[in-house]
Design a protein around this ligand. Structure first.
Ligand SMILES: Cc1ncc(COP(=O)(O)O)c(C=O)c1O
Ligand SMILES: N[C@@H](CCCC[NH3+])C(=O)O
Length: 423
């Protein structure tokens, strides 16, 4: 059941008409459904029932503290990649013991803060990082729990810009080198190897690359254990895709993903960590926007929206498909083709080209769907456009969970140096 649905001719977020949110908060605005977040988390978690599994939400997908709070209450851990994300996860009530810290460029300050907080594990991505982590832990008289992120050199068969598990990608340590790396960890007094980790890419719509990568990791864990390393955690990363365009994509169901994992890892006697981001948040949010103008170009109609690529960058960055629907349910069957574009001075500020749509007019509200993951978090203020607000709906309750940035707030970050002030 879609929690964004038409009722009495109006697109709703659960029991709240989007028109009401636009009137209260203005547009553009991100709107999230609590029921969808909870359902996605539950369905994903149920796929691992009976296994010793921990679902760590990838905070990079949606880092709003209220969204994290919903997931914390449902039992989620967190996968974080910066001190900012760590602080958000902790503030949302996710216990440090359920937090993994990933990323190729962790700073010493980030390492120290994460050690201080007592996180579950660092997912280390290079030999140099391990040496630095050992030094930081030594200076604090602590032992850092580490998993090495293995790069299994598997083609995830996803968009090139969101593939991470090939040898040419910057992520992880080549799986052929991993043996030597764990031997080195064994020599470092302030590190303790607790697991292995991998993440091969995002928006995967096929189980085969996952299976290949997981089988490689299982082989690796057996070897490491035979050499005396006590590998308890196997972190399989995130990446399971979602249907942005149900006619074009049919990603595997979480239950099938879970069944495959059970098959490959079921007898490993380990704690399995999963890091879904998009799967939990993607279809739990939309970007609500108003159409400003219609413009007739050469052989095409432009629908110019008040949202732009700075608010939702996925179409511009990855040519990503997002469904676009009118908030007022179309009364007839008439359709036409239009380009949905934003106001930014870039040719790539396009949400959809030659998209079939009901005819729209200036002032109409439009929802850009599947924008709950990698939407608000990737926004910028390009063209001096303030960050847009985020709203959370729960049944008939509505709350602004991030307020709209004001122009004053945006401009107040700049300063004119003393030598330029005056005439
Ligand atoms: C290390 C890591 N874990 C988890 C994720 C979440 O991925 P997704 O949102 O595709 O589930 C990402 C992003 O791709 C990631 O880099
Ligand atoms: N940001 C990307 C995915 C990359 C995920 C981060 N590893 C997207 O919107 O699809």
């Amino acid at each position: 059941m879609d929690h964004f649905h038409y009722r009495n001719g109006q697109l709703m977020a659960e029991n709240v008409p989007l028109e009401q949110i636009a009137a209260q908060v203005g547009t553009p605005v991100y709107v999230y459904s609590t029921a969808t977040l909870k359902r996605h988390f539950r369905v994903f978690s149920e796929a691992f029932q009976g296994l010793d599994a921990l679902v760590c939400f990838a905070v990079k997908a949606n880092s709003n503290i209220a969204v994290l709070r919903v997931l914390a209450k449902a039992g989620a851990g967190a996968d974080v990649v910066s001190l900012g994300e760590l602080k958000r996860a902790l503030k949302a009530g996710i216990p440090a013991s359920k937090i993994a810290f990933a990323g190729v460029g962790k700073t010493k300050a980030e390492m120290a803060a994460a050690l201080e907080a007592g996180i579950m594990q660092f997912n280390a991505e290079s030999e140099a990082e391990l040496e630095t982590l050992n030094d930081v832990a030594a200076s604090m008289d602590m032992v850092a729990p580490v998993s090495v992120r293995v790069n299994p050199d598997v083609d995830a068969k996803t968009h090139a810009k969101i593939s991470t598990g090939k040898s040419e990608n910057k992520f992880g340590i080549a799986w052929q080198k991993v043996d030597a790396v764990y031997a080195r960890i064994g020599e470092l007094a302030n590190l303790k190897a607790v697991g292995v980790d991998l993440h091969i890419g995002s928006q995967l719509t096929d189980l085969a690359p996952f299976r290949l990568a997981f089988e490689r990791v299982v082989g690796l864990v057996r070897d490491l254990r035979a050499k005396g390393h006590d590998i308890r955690h196997i972190d399989l990363g995130g990446g399971l895709g979602i249907p942005y365009d149900p006619d074009a994509e049919t990603p595997p169901a979480p239950a099938d993903y879970g069944a495959m994992i059970r098959e490959v890892l079921g007898d490993m006697d380990c704690n399995i960590i999963l890091e879904p981001g998009r799967l939990i948040a993607g279809n739990a949010g939309l970007l609500l926007t108003e159409m400003l103008y219609e413009k007739q170009g050469e052989n095409r109609t432009f629908y110019i929206l008040d949202a732009a690529m700075n608010d939702l960058s996925r179409p511009a960055m990855y040519d990503a498909y997002h469904a676009i629907v009118p908030v007022a349910e179309p009364s007839g069957d008439e359709t036409l083709k239009a380009d949905f574009v934003g106001p930014i001075c870039e040719s790539s500020d396009v949400f959809a080209k030659q998209r079939n749509t009901a005819p729209l007019k200036a002032g109409d509200l439009v929802a850009i769907k599947s924008a709950g993951a990698y939407g608000a978090v990737m926004a910028s203020t390009y063209n001096s456009r303030p960050l847009v607000p985020e709203v959370l709906v729960d049944g008939d309750k509505v709350a602004v969970i991030r307020k709209r940035q004001s122009l004053d707030e945006l401009l107040s970050l700049d300063e004119i140096p003393s030598w330029l002030s005056g005439d």
